[in-house]
Design a protein around this ligand. Structure first.
Ligand SMILES: NC(=O)C[C@H](N)C(=O)O
Length: 309
């Protein structure tokens, strides 16, 4: 197939690798579509990929459908502790935060760190940094959405990858982690090479799934390596093969340097939405790519007047 000319911009988000209850499918698709629309607005006005990723993830963090920011699952002690990261493929800068409490938008705290020498801040130090930088803080209990306190199900981290008009790629993640996790536990999401990676010359990837297994196989780095020889969907598939070695479940979204979008998941479902300068917002909760996926759903196309809450 002839190589496509590079697109002006492209963006994909995910709402987590998990089983999505039928009653949550529409909310998952709509939530992801809204997030894409927020990132798209940044990209269409010539904004940076890092800003688009932050804007998209902030929408997902505000949506209790997803396990990030408000609506995060609770840990073993009933508290929300969040991990998030943002990586700039132009500079290979990373900003990451782990096990933070009471930060309304962990992705914005990660963005604040992006230009600092420090890559990853955890716990109380990260919250102090948020205070110094004027990043919005809330009472930690205010991040617990009704219904999530009792819930020990669900593992629906959010993520985003974007390519901007200048050819720069960024990737981001945000999560409440795994329900019932030990306090202080940190998953793959804030770790470059595990939960995310971005490098302009290659592409960008954002991951969801069982964090310990994803970390053990450095999943994002495998997807990046596989992009050298395959399409984004093939690279996501190759990474999932790697994950099967340790028995984990997951999903990956990818954009390559040419703006091609792809994703795959071994979890039953994976809410995804995407758009580029030639395609309006499309969203779905599962698709056939992985040999372990069981359903096919044609993507819903969302018009300009995307429904609002
Ligand atoms: N839902 C998720 O993707 C969870 C995240 N990967 C973690 O283990 O913290």
């Amino acid at each position: 197939m002839a190589e496509r000319e590079r697109l002006q911009w492209a963006i994909i988000v995910h709402g987590g690798a998990k089983s999505i209850h039928p009653s949550e499918e529409e909310a998952s698709r709509l939530g992801c579509a809204r997030a894409v629309r927020a990132g798209q607005a940044v990209l269409e006005s010539g904004g940076a990929a890092t800003s688009a990723v932050e804007a998209a993830i902030r929408v997902l963090e505000d949506d209790e459908t997803f396990n990030a920011g408000f609506g995060s699952v609770v840990n073993h002690h009933g508290d929300v502790e969040c991990d998030a990261a943002l990586m700039d493929g132009a500079t290979l800068d990373v900003g990451a935060v782990a096990a933070v409490q009471g930060v309304r938008h962990p992705i914005s705290l990660a963005a604040e760190l992006l230009t600092e020498q420090t890559v990853l801040l955890a716990g109380a130090g990260a919250v102090r940094f948020a205070l110094e930088r004027g990043v919005e803080l809330v009472h930690p209990a205010d991040l617990v959405a009704p219904g999530k306190r009792e819930s020990h199900i669900g593992s629906d981290t959010v993520g985003c990858v974007a390519l901007d008009a200048a050819g720069h790629i960024a990737a981001g993640t945000s999560t409440g982690g795994l329900a019932g996790k030990l306090p202080g536990r940190v998953g793959d999401s804030p770790l470059p090479g595990c939960g995310l990676y971005a490098e302009d010359a290659i592409g960008g990837v954002s991951v969801s799934g069982t964090g310990e297994e994803i970390t053990r196989v450095a999943l994002a780095s495998h997807a990046m390596a596989a992009l050298a020889t395959g399409s984004p969907a093939e690279a996501a598939e190759a990474a999932l093969d790697r994950l099967r070695l340790v028995g984990g479940d997951g999903g990956l979204i990818i954009i390559d340097a040419g703006g091609r979008i792809g994703w795959a998941h071994s979890s039953r479902d994976f809410a995804v939405a995407y758009a580029d300068d030639t395609t309006s917002v499309r969203a779905m909760t599962r698709q056939v790519l992985g040999r372990d996926t069981i359903h096919k759903t044609d993507p819903d196309t969302y018009p300009e007047d995307l429904p609002r809450d």
